[in-house]
Design a protein around this ligand. Structure first.
Ligand code: ATP
Length: 238
């Protein structure tokens, strides 16, 4: 990768379900260590964007990651360094907390004990429940588990789909602090889909606004907050 090139560079991303095209050609970038947010109303295509990037649904267009063409196969995307925390968390409910975390590390070679200890220190509630089935955890704990599981693969880029969905404000704040910390201190790049725009823009370096499968605005949080149309339509203010 040449100096200054984005970590993820996407051009003309198109994707959908069967014959229905949902994304109509998106161009966006994420730099190494950058926090980028995708905002948009229900049905705009935010989740579809995440699925297309991680190879869960077919996509068209160009995508390069760390200087190489991004595969369309989920396992290859993960091995390239992109982990996905899906909407609804996607934890394996019949497995224990620890087993879920070990699943997240399946692409790694050698011991992952240090990572396990690290994520248990970040989320002590997961350590207390390490032998419990994931299905018995609260929504907030399951979201912690989903994030920690994805981080066990040591990604360069974490795709995080609506981490705040259905969670109490205090838990949401804690999760956003953990994500921001992982980015600022460990250089993790984050692409976060969020309906809670004010929350997301508070930690974002940049954001894109998606509307019916097209990017209609982009900029820093401050720039978007200065745009009256964006403010009224997506930020619940103005
Ligand atoms: P939300 O915040 O409600 O999740 P979103 O911006 O993430 O919204 P998507 O979930 O990407 O939106 O959905 C975009 C469009 O694709 C919607 O019209 C939706 O009905 C459609 N869609 C989503 N998933 C499927 C699917 N599995 N099969 C067919 N259509 C789908």
């Amino acid at each position: 990768m040449s100096a200054g090139a984005p970590l993820l560079d996407v051009t003309g991303l198109a994707a959908g379900y069967g014959p229905i095209e949902v994304l109509h050609g998106l161009d966006f970038q994420v730099a190494a260590g950058e926090i980028v947010v995708i905002l948009g109303a229900n049905g705009a295509g935010k989740t579809t964007t995440m699925r297309a990037l991680s190879g869960l649904i077919p996509r068209r267009g160009q995508a390069t990651f760390a200087g190489s063409a991004l595969s369309t196969r989920p396992d290859a995307v993960l091995r390239a360094g992109i982990a996905h925390v899906p909407q609804g968390r996607g934890t394996f409910t019949d497995l224990t907390v620890e087993e879920n975390l070990m699943c997240g590390a399946f692409i790694r070679k050698g011991s992952v004990d240090d990572d396990l200890a690290h994520w248990f220190s970040v989320f002590p509630r997961l350590e207390e429940r390490r032998d419990q089935r994931a299905g018995s955890l609260s929504g907030g704990e399951q979201q912690m588990l989903a994030i920690a599981r994805a981080m066990m693969s040591r990604p360069k880029l974490l795709l995080c789909d609506e981490p705040s969905l259905g969670l109490a404000p205090l838990i949401t704040k804690e999760l956003f602090e953990v994500l921001e910390q992982a980015s600022r201190s460990d250089g993790l790049a984050l692409l976060i889909v969020e309906q809670n725009a004010n929350l997301a823009l508070a930690i974002a370096d940049r954001a894109y606004v998606l509307e019916t499968g097209r990017i209609v605005a982009q900029g820093t949080g401050a720039e978007l907050l200065a745009d009256d149309t964006v403010k009224q339509a997506y930020l619940g203010v103005g």
